[in-house]
Design a binder for this molecule. Sequence first.
Ligand code: SF4
Ligand code: SF4
Length: 192
Amino acid sequence: MTVKATGKAGAGRTAKIKITRVDKRCKTQNGLHGEGCYGCNCDDDCCQWGCDVDLATLKVIFRKRELIEPLVDARLEDCFKTGLKEDEDYAGGAYRETAVRPEDTRCAFHLRHQPRGCALFFLWANRKAPKRIVPTICRIYPLTWHRGRLFVDGPLRKLCKAKEKTGKGVKVPSLLETQAKELRALFEIEEK
Ligand code: SF4
Ligand code: SF4
């Protein structure tokens, strides 16, 4: 298979990622309830690892270069630490890993001029960029997947909303429930 991540081709319609096993914990772990990540004091801690960007998303990112680069003070070429790796587990059949900035230990796409937030989410929410500009993993996190299995990534960051203490007897939706909309958009879940 030949794959390119220059962004010259259109993102087109991308097949959903197939899931055949959902870990029980996805249904029991508290989800990103209330205002979710935005209503949390976690300082976007999960962005300290960077992320894998699927090919379908890479194409959109490179099309929006002029909008992204000023938000992150970097050229797109410097926002990745790997080249393209073929892998059918990712939308479009390949992915690249983002770089992590040594200055603030945040993913290269974390907003530069604001204490919190992601440039890619920002462009979707405020500049009408297609939602595909946000990597699949960042749309469902802290859920993740591997070879047909959906599970909770671990360890959860200390201040993650999913770990927030709730009052006695207060029931909040599970991760599977709070992430349901994104899961429906990106995954085909058929448990065996
Ligand atoms: S792409 Fe955005 S949300 Fe995902 S790890 Fe990077 S900064 Fe965080
Ligand atoms: S997933 Fe958890 S750690 Fe990451 S931004 Fe949301 S609340 Fe914070």
